[in-house]
Design a protein around this ligand. Sequence first.
Ligand code: ZN
Length: 149
Amino acid sequence: MGVQFHDAAAAHDEARDWRQAVSRGLKGRCPHCGNGRLFRAFLKPIETCASCGEPLHHQQADDLPPYIVITIVGHIVVGGILLAEKYGDWPMWWHMALWPALTLILSLALMQPVKGGVVGLQWAMRMHGFGGQPDRPERQPTPSPGPRP
Ligand SMILES: [Zn+2]
């Protein structure tokens, strides 16, 4: 008996370059073909790529894109505040005007590209049904325990 791989569908399918898929997702393009649009609204991915027909409804980016955006924006804004405090002599109203606005603008600007990158990574890693297998195994109904004696 040999070793059996659980992901047999992936073994005979083409290799997926995760760097290319993430790059395409960051640009808002289908991770498979790079031509079709990935989003139909700000953060709503399309169901199926209009260009290549790749199903993209399997994505489950969930909370990862906001976590990544918070990490990126936090490092930029907190680093900027610390540098401005150490080397600048800014009036307080400059700080009050700049940092909240920069936080909002960067967060909105980064959210869609980061979500696209996460979807691209999920596609490349064949996560959540992107590999052709069902997203989750069907749950078997649990037998009723019946009346207690
Ligand atoms: Zn496509």
